[in-house]
Design a protein around this ligand. Sequence first.
Ligand SMILES: [Mn+2]
Length: 306
Amino acid sequence: MHTFPPISLIGAPTDIGAGHRGASMGPEALRVAGLAAALAARGLDVVDRGNVAGPFNPWLPPTDGYRHLGEVVAWNRAVMQAVAAELAQERLPILLGGDHCLAIGSITAVARHCREQGKHLTVLWLDAHADFNTSAITPSGNIHGMPVACLCGFGPQELTGLGGGAPALSPEQIRQIGIRSVDAGEKKLVRDVGLDIYDMRYIDEVGMKRVMEEALLNLGPRDHLHVSFDVDFLDPGIAPGVGTTIPGGPNYREAQLCMEMIADSGRLGSLDIMELNPALDVRNQTAMLAVDLVESLFGKSTLMRD
Ligand SMILES: [Mn+2]
């Protein structure tokens, strides 16, 4: 059983980068589902920092290939500062989204922290989508489909350079799991940059256990693991409360195993819980499932197993 640093919850109540309204209610739904109490019941020190603030969603069509770029930048800057402040106090930030564009701010802060601390960052991106669109290839202009590309330096300078200079990540630092929807132009781009994608076909072929063994291979004491958990990673049969449901995701047991194996690695250093959309949920069941899975991510297991 690994120990975890004290935890800080940070809400980012916006759907500024999404294609449906409602992810702005995600932080509150996770609180109502008892996230803080569930972690505290595991003996963890948890503080809820409340929400960061940002501009309203004007719900406009794209300009030059992006929807709401200025507002997305403002929200991401606020998220980056809030996440950085927790990391500087040696706390483990959990970002409560909000749509997945906010992972740009969150991971930019984590990447800078790791550089300063001489740690090696690996990002596990749990998602139905690769989120590697650019303005040239995006079908919609929604920036929640672009965060991985932006973090790797493909995107508008305001987002790729959010933390200052170079891109926050190189593609080798990212492992994507659960992917089953990649747009046409995106397919070529993720192949060209060599993104490490464990798609659903691969999970079907070799099983979640081997996928996680490969994704978590060779993590050592100098490694910081960031998990960016898009709730649409999960099969919509168990997780209807997301804007972009794609059939054929991990089932309950596969998702639990994924989280438990990340916990076993002992390297979890930061987390995003993204894209939960209470407007599309059924009696908050998706939020409660997310809390259940996050408990496993922080070491809850059926038996004592060390
Ligand atoms: Mn996503």
